[in-house]
Design a binder for this molecule. Structure first.
Ligand SMILES: Nc1ncnc2c1ncn2[C@@H]1O[C@H](COP(=O)(O)OP(=O)(O)OP(=O)(O)O)[C@@H](O)[C@H]1O
Ligand SMILES: [Mg+2]
Length: 317
């Protein structure tokens, strides 16, 4: 049996002359989680909308949970869950009425409906708001209701477009833990976009970086880290300032620069040679009292900005 949950091929969508999504292809295996990253307007939401059959691609195809989004959109919709960027609901309906309405759209049988509604509300922690009007919900509660409605289809693939947008730190953490739990317990395939990069790092196995409608990189975060950077950053914290050590470190072949911030040294070196043993030895030999010493991994934010800049530069050249 096919192990691919989402198969996107040459997907394209233009608005007038603007190519919102430009020839994007990628696959996501069942049970994996894939993060869509990119600056505002990069094309993530438009890609989501095509994958969940809300808008038709101009060109290309997407096969989701085994169904083609253009040929079998209803089958796609009943196999997936989608939480939009800003989930909107009828404010004069209660939580229960809202979810009953979604069940009707999904053609869930009446006998099954109650079980699914209670299960989804329990999962997202809204069971005690079952009879509350949605109009009185805070943003965090609307997001949780968004996730509850997405789970009603018992989805094979979950699409989350900025699931923690506008949530407070506790709400964001709860949402993140819920997504991780859903992945583990139900072996869901998850595609999500987020500008909160540590969140993407904690949830996603792989990421795709979008820029001006194109998918410019796709890999695990570990691999992207190593390809996006041609140097290493090492941090040494000394007990007291030591100019002599700074000079010695600066003169080691392969060290690009040493930046001093109080007693903290940030050392940028070439990547091909691991200079850490030499640097530590030299620091100690020159009388430094070292409080800490370690590799500074580039953040996902650094990687994203670097790849987008490289892509923009490449297009201008
Ligand atoms: N309905 C529309 N009509 C016209 N232009 C649109 C429409 N939807 C999106 N666009 C444009 O397509 C481009 C991609 O938008 P999209 O919403 O997919 O970006 P995004 O990556 O989700 O951005 P963000 O991080 O801000 O959510 C943008 O330039 C946007 O202005
Ligand atoms: Mg968006």
């Amino acid at each position: 049996m096919n192990n691919i949950a989402v198969d996107v091929k040459n997907l394209s969508k233009s608005y007038g002359r603007l190519k919102a999504v430009d020839d994007v292809s990628f696959q996501v295996e069942k049970g994996r989680s894939f993060g869509l990253l990119g600056l505002n307007g990069a094309g993530k939401t438009t890609t989501f909308k095509m994958m969940v059959s809300l808008i038709r691609p101009d060109k290309g195809t997407a096969v989701v949970a085994g169904y083609d989004v253009c040929q079998e959109p209803m089958k796609v919709r009943s196999s997936i869950g989608y939480v939009a960027e800003n989930p909107a609901f009828y404010t004069r309906m209660t939580t229960y009425e809202t979810l009953c309405y979604i069940c009707k759209l999904l053609d869930v049988s009446l006998s099954e409906q109650e079980r699914r509604i209670d299960y989804s509300l329990e999962l997202v922690g809204l069971i005690d708001k079952k009879n509350a009007y949605v109009g009185g919900f805070s943003r965090g509660m609307r997001h949780r209701l968004g996730l509850a409605q997405a789970l009603l289809s018992e989805p094979a693939v979950l699409f989350l477009d900025e699931p923690t947008l506008g949530l407070d730190p506790l709400g964001a953490r709860n949402m993140r833990e819920l997504i991780i739990r859903l992945r583990q317990e139900q072996e869901l395939t998850v595609l999500m976009s987020s500008h909160v990069l540590p969140e993407v790092e904690s949830i996603c196995d792989e990421v795709g970086i979008f820029d001006h409608g194109q998918l410019i990189a796709r890999d695990t975060i570990v691999n992207l880290r190593s390809t996006a950077s041609d140097s290493m950053n090492i941090e040494i914290v000394l007990a007291e300032p030591n100019e002599q050590v700074v000079g010695v470190l600066q003169s080691i072949p392969g060290v690009n620069r040493v930046k001093t911030i109080g007693t903290r040294l940030e050392i940028n070196t070439i990547k091909s040679d691991d200079l850490r043993p030499i640097m530590l030895q030299e620091a100690l030999d020159n009388g430094a009292r070292v409080l800490s010493f370690g590799l500074q991994e580039s953040s996902l934010e650094d990687i994203l900005l670097r790849l987008v800049n490289m892509d923009t530069k490449h297009k201008l050249d």
